[in-house]
Design a protein around this ligand. Structure first.
Ligand SMILES: *[C@@H]1O[C@H](CO)[C@@H](O)[C@H](O)[C@H]1NC(C)=O
Ligand SMILES: *[C@@H]1O[C@H](CO)[C@@H](O)[C@H](O)[C@H]1NC(C)=O
Ligand SMILES: *[C@@H]1O[C@H](CO)[C@@H](O)[C@H](O)[C@H]1NC(C)=O
Length: 289
C-alpha cells in the first residue's frame, strides 16, 4: 500500500496536467485550414499537434479560419532540427490586399550547431521596413518554445517563452501608422528561401536532408473575432479583458532591454547605411517613455 500510493498520486497528477494542457490549447482542426503543400501538412494527436514539411518540390502552410481584430496568439513551435540552412519557418498575422498590415515572426534556419535567426517585422498599410533580428538564448530545435504575438489597440508585443523581445507602440498621435483597422488571420509556413535566408544566401539548402519538418502545438488565441464586418468584442473593456496590460511595465521593459542588449543582431533603427537621411520617426520616439 505504502509503495503504490506515491505512484497513484503521481499518475493522478500526470492525468490532471495532461487534461489541463489539452483543455487550454485550441484544436488545430477547429482553427486552421491547410492552404499549401497538401499532405506535407499533418494534424496529429486529435488536433493538438501539427507538422509542416518542406521537400525539393514544395513547402507547406496553414492559416486560421477566423480573422481577428486585436488578439493574443500563442504558439509552441519546434523548429527544423539539424541542417536547416536555407529554410524559413514563419508564424505571423496578416490582413489582405495591397495596403495590408502584418506582424511577423520568421525563423531563418542554419547549419547544424549554428544559430537560427529570429526575424521580426511589422507592416502598416502595406509598408514594412521595420526589421529587428535576434539570436535565441536556447536551441529552438531541441524542444517546443512559446512564441506570442500580442496585438492590442495601444501596443504590439513579441514574446518568446513569455519574455517580451520587442515592443511597437501606437504612436498615431505623432503621425506614425499603427495597424488597428484591418482584421488579420494567423498564418504559418515552411518554405525554401536559400537565396537570402542563411548568411545572406551564401549557404544553400541541402536537399539530401529533406524532408525538413517543423512542429506546432499549444495554439491559443484570445481576442476579438472579426466576422462580416463586426467584432465580437463590444467595448474597449471587452478588448481589454484578454490584454494583460496596455503598456509594458517596468519589469517588461527591463526584459526587452536584456534581450536587445544581448541577443539583437539587427535593428532597422540603427542601420545608418539604410537610412542616410535619418531613421523612420518611430525610432526617435520609441525609447522616450
Ligand atoms: C527530389 O527528391 C526526391 C526524393 O528524395 C528525388 O527522388 C528527386 O530526384 C528530387 N528531385 C530533384 C529535382 O532534385
Ligand atoms: C509554454 O507555455 C505553456 C503553456 O503556458 C507552458 O506549459 C510551457 O512550459 C511553456 N514552455 C516554455 C518552454 O516556456
Ligand atoms: C548562421 O550561422 C552563422 C555563423 O555562426 C551566423 O553568422 C548567422 O547569423 C547564422 N544564422 C543565419 C540565419 O544565417
Amino acid at each position: 500500500m505504502s509503495t503504490t500510493a506515491p505512484s497513484l498520486a503521481f499518475s493522478l497528477l500526470l492525468t490532471c496536467s495532461l487534461l489541463f494542457i489539452s483543455a487550454s490549447a485550441d484544436s488545430f482542426y477547429q482553427n486552421f485550414y491547410v492552404t499549401w503543400g497538401g499532405e506535407r501538412s499533418q494534424v496529429l494527436q486529435n488536433g493538438d499537434l501539427l507538422t509542416l514539411s518542406l521537400d525539393n518540390s514544395s513547402g507547406s502552410g496553414f492559416e486560421s479560419i477566423n480573422e481577428y481584430l486585436f488578439a493574443r496568439i500563442d504558439m509552441q513551435i519546434k523548429l527544423v532540427p539539424g541542417n536547416s540552412a536555407g529554410t524559413v519557418t514563419s508564424f505571423f498575422l496578416s490582413s489582405q490586399g495591397q495596403s495590408h498590415d502584418e506582424i511577423d515572426f520568421e525563423f531563418l534556419g542554419n547549419l547544424s550547431g549554428d544559430p537560427y535567426i529570429l526575424h521580426t517585422n511589422i507592416y502598416c498599410q502595406g509598408q514594412g521596413n521595420r526589421e529587428q533580428q535576434f539570436y535565441l538564448w536556447f536551441d529552438p530545435t531541441a524542444d517546443f518554445h512559446n512564441y506570442t504575438v500580442l496585438w492590442g489597440p495601444q501596443l504590439i508585443l513579441f514574446l518568446v517563452d513569455g519574455i517580451p523581445i520587442r515592443e511597437f507602440k501606437n504612436l498615431e498621435s505623432s503621425g506614425i501608422p499603427y495597424p488597428k483597422s484591418q482584421a488579420m488571420r494567423v498564418y504559418s509556413s515552411l518554405w525554401n528561401a536559400d537565396d537570402w535566408a542563411t548568411r545572406g544566401g551564401l549557404v544553400k539548402t541541402d536537399w539530401s536532408q529533406a524532408p525538413f519538418i517543423a512542429s506546432y502545438k499549444g495554439f491559443r488565441v484570445r481576442g476579438c473575432v472579426w466576422l462580416s464586418g463586426n467584432s465580437n468584442c463590444n467595448s474597449d473593456s471587452e478588448v481589454n479583458t484578454w490584454m494583460w496590460q496596455q503598456q509594458l511595465d517596468y519589469a517588461g521593459q527591463g526584459q526587452v532591454q536584456w534581450v536587445q542588449n544581448n541577443f539583437m543582431i539587427y535593428n532597422y533603427c540603427s542601420d545608418f547605411k539604410r537610412f542616410p537621411q535619418g531613421f523612420p520617426q518611430e525610432c526617435y520616439l520609441t525609447h522616450n517613455t
